[in-house]
Design a protein around this ligand. Structure first.
Ligand SMILES: [Zn+2]
Length: 172
């Protein structure tokens, strides 16, 4: 999930060593927690002057509200924008799947809507062999936010982000 930045050439949360651009055939799905560039810019890679999926066999799961965000839609109108070079490419190829609410992706792997950082922000819960892993995206940025929910990253809008994120944090 979350492909980070192209220059990093890595997946931020790695479920197995097989999920990497070096082994693209093994990745069949990845989840973008939210449409902030540092979480999805690596979904494509540039080759011969064109942008192509970094994981050509994988479907990308993005919160519908992030895709339908007016800023995203406006950016997609510009063929030179980062959104056009990334999410737009996947959308044109039918590799972008929009998620509303919660969704069971695979047995034991569930996408959970967690708006706050963005309207379409989502987290992932993985159950396996009696253990549970939560991939939180930007539901939290630092451990201190668990005890101090009103403390948030400096780019967060205190009038919109925090009031939207706190219910998602409480639900978790
Ligand atoms: Zn973010």
């Amino acid at each position: 999930m979350d492909t980070s930045l192209p220059k990093d050439n890595r997946v931020e949360v790695v479920f197995t060593q097989a999920i990497s651009p070096a082994h693209p055939c093994t990745c069949i799905a990845f989840i973008i927690t939210h449409a902030h560039f540092d979480h999805y810019s690596g979904v494509t890679t540039q080759r011969d002057g064109h942008y192509i999926p970094a994981f050509p066999n994988a479907h990308c799961f993005l919160g519908r509200a992030d895709w339908e965000n007016p800023e995203t839609q406006q950016a997609l109108q510009d063929p030179d924008s980062e959104d056009s070079h990334t999410l737009g490419v996947l959308h044109r190829l039918g590799l972008l799947e929009l998620v509303e609410g919660d969704r069971e992706l695979l047995p034991g792997v569930r996408i959970i809507a967690a708006p706050g950082e963005s309207a379409g922000h989502q987290i992932v819960r993985v159950h396996s062999e009696g253990q549970t892993l939560y991939c939180l995206g930007d539901l939290y940025h630092h451990a201190v936010e668990v005890e101090q929910p009103a403390w948030m990253a400096q780019w967060a809008n205190p009038d919109t982000t925090i009031p939207a994120a706190i219910p998602s944090q409480r639900q978790l």
